[in-house]
Design a protein around this ligand. Sequence first.
Ligand SMILES: Nc1ncnc2c1ncn2[C@@H]1O[C@H](COP(=O)(O)OP(=O)(O)OP(=O)(O)O)[C@@H](O)[C@H]1O
Length: 308
Amino acid sequence: MQQTEAAVEISGLVKRYGDKTAVQGLDLVVERGGLTAVLGPNGAGKTSTIEVCEGYRRPDGGRVRVLGLDPIADAPKLRPRIGVMLQSGGVYQAVRAMEMLRHVASLYANPLNADELAERLGLDSCGRTPYRRLSGGQQQRLSLALAVVGRPELVFLDEPTAGLDVQARHATWELIEQLRGDGVTIVLTTHLLDEAERLADKVAIIDSGRVIACDSPQRLADTTREQDSIRFEAPAGLDLTALAIAVAPAQAAEPFPGGYRVTGEITPDTLAATTAWCASLGIMPRNLQIEQRSLEDVFLDLTGRELR
Ligand SMILES: Nc1ncnc2c1ncn2[C@@H]1O[C@H](COP(=O)(O)OP(=O)(O)OP(=O)(O)O)[C@@H](O)[C@H]1O
């Protein structure tokens, strides 16, 4: 059967809790394959949106289709095809880690090898430990393993690396990259921009219950390319007008004595003009740096807020 529909199609989604409207007319399409990172400040509506897609919450308005199906009405058909990693819970407290993983694997037709998966995620040493006695990071890695062991077509991961140590975070990233390489569609919420920059093919930025930007990390950063800058240090009080003429159409400034900044669309010619101007004065610029806009700058521009 050819599958042409998008992995996730959300249009005009509304989700309310009492008087509070957490999601207000949210539109998002996630194509099949690749990883979409959903970013947004606290309380933006990310988890509410994802939980509607997972069938855990009923929408108050709008339309949501996951693999072409209604997450609530078609749950029996959808559940075997998607993997869900919740921020917490969803696991029986007294069951040993490996028993749980092998049990869940046995429910699927073509599961991953549970022992290999546990080893990859560093869970092999705590396989006999009941869930409630696992550390927070181990519980999180087990939740990830449970979400992916059935070889789902689509996985929802809610902050999969929050609170993990560096080693566990890298193991998690490698597993996610492998899943993506295997053609699994991944939707991931995160507060970590480096995670989004490293993993995402597409980033959806959500603020106040709406998607305010959605594109590849590179294209999002490029939309504000005119804000890139070259910074360098040189003797204070050089002729800024001459520097501005040399680097035009970029602008030149000396925000503090001896600290120079060329701002605008920074091209190879702008850089060459800057260093040629220094050379014409017989000056060696110190600490010369090209600063490109990161996803973090874009996020700050769009939402006016830091991620946390
Ligand atoms: N069960 C609930 N009852 C009442 N209000 C809720 C409930 N769940 C979420 N909210 C509120 O809805 C808004 C959106 O919450 P949501 O958890 O979807 O945001 P989020 O973007 O995932 O936030 P975070 O980054 O903090 O996880 C918040 O103001 C939150 O307080």
